[in-house]
Design a protein around this ligand. Structure first.
Ligand code: BJW
Ligand code: ZN
Length: 240
């Protein structure tokens, strides 16, 4: 069943002038990184305790412990065939853009160049008070790190619930989306806005929406092409 659809999607990609892909945690699952929902990263916690400013203020150490563990796991994680296929698509298509909700930088490690990080990244840190950002990639941070400039709390430079996306990020993703004939939605549950709204923008603009996921996501609509399976298996099949 997938084979017929894979051929159809290959044809769509060959004809497209512009293609945009939106990725989520599922694309990194085959690199050994857990997803968020369904017994994933938040297991045993309320999402707000670990992924909101109020949760951070209540218990910075708990939040930092969680991010420190994730940073540690990432030091050993490598891009998987899904990441690599997306990097190849960028080389092969006239215009291919990638908007990711992931903070792990594995797309960049795979060689993708046009990567828009909608939810920031896990390697930089930002001061809660003076708002300066510092690159602390691969640095083993102390349990509750402080700003070298002003002594304020440092936090991961990611986007938590209730926070704005990086300046201009969603506007840029929308601009790419409206110009695309094919919009790929890969490994995301499609429940977190504004990223989840991009597929609707694509549909309204007449793009073919192609979803790659282990199971149908909440954002899926009639008319979308659904390729069920692992991103690390399906994406390479789209880029022979
Ligand atoms: C595989 C696979 C394999 C597994 N192959 N597939 C409109 C309506 C309702 C609510 C809102 C709305 N607009 C805004 C909101 C509020 C909120 C929101 O969306 N809430 C909903 C959850 C209800 N949004 C926000 O708060 C956003 N901010 C905002 O809107 O600000 C407005 C504002 C304006 C002006 C001033 C101030 C504010 C910010 C959202 C930030 C989300 N942050 C997180 C944490 C990032 C940091 C970190 O990594 O720690 O981002 S939450 C978490 O969810 C993370 C992810 O990027 C995001 C999406 O998750 P994702 O990637 O989809 O993962 P999963 O686990 O959900 O799904 C994995 C999928 O993969 C599954 O489907 C699997 O089946 C699949 N899969 N293995 C293929 N091998
Ligand atoms: Zn500071």
């Amino acid at each position: 069943m997938n084979e017929v659809k894979i051929r159809e999607v290959r044809r769509l990609l060959e004809r497209a002038q512009q293609v945009t892909a939106l990725t989520g945690a599922g694309v990194s699952a085959e690199s050994g990184l857990p997803t968020f929902r369904g017994g994933g990263l938040w297991d045993g916690f309320l999402a707000e305790e670990l992924s909101s400013m109020s949760g951070f203020r209540r218990n910075p150490r708990r939040v930092w412990d969680w991010y420190r563990e994730r940073r540690q796991a990432l030091k050993h994680a490598r891009p998987n065939p899904g990441h690599l296929a997306l990097a190849q698509l960028e080389c092969r298509l006239p215009a291919f853009h990638l908007a990711t909700q992931n903070v792990d930088r594995l797309h960049q490690a795979a060689g993708s160049r046009q990567v828009l990080e909608l939810h920031g990244n896990i390697w930089d840190v930002r001061c809660v008070d003076c708002r300066q950002t510092f690159d602390r990639a691969y640095v083993d941070l102390p349990p509750e790190p402080r700003c070298p400039e002003c002594g304020g709390w440092l936090r991961p430079a990611v986007v938590w619930f209730g926070e704005e996306l990086p300046e201009g990020a969603i506007e840029q993703a929308c601009e790419w989306t409206v110009q695309s004939q094919v919009f790929l939605v890969i490994g995301t549950s499609g429940v977190v806005y504004p990223a989840a709204g991009l597929a609707d923008v694509a549909r309204r603009c007449g793009a073919a929406v192609v979803e790659i996921n282990l199971e149908p996501a909440q954002s899926q609509q009639t008319g979308d092409i659904f390729l069920q399976g692992k991103a690390g298996e399906i994406l390479p099949a789209l880029v022979p």
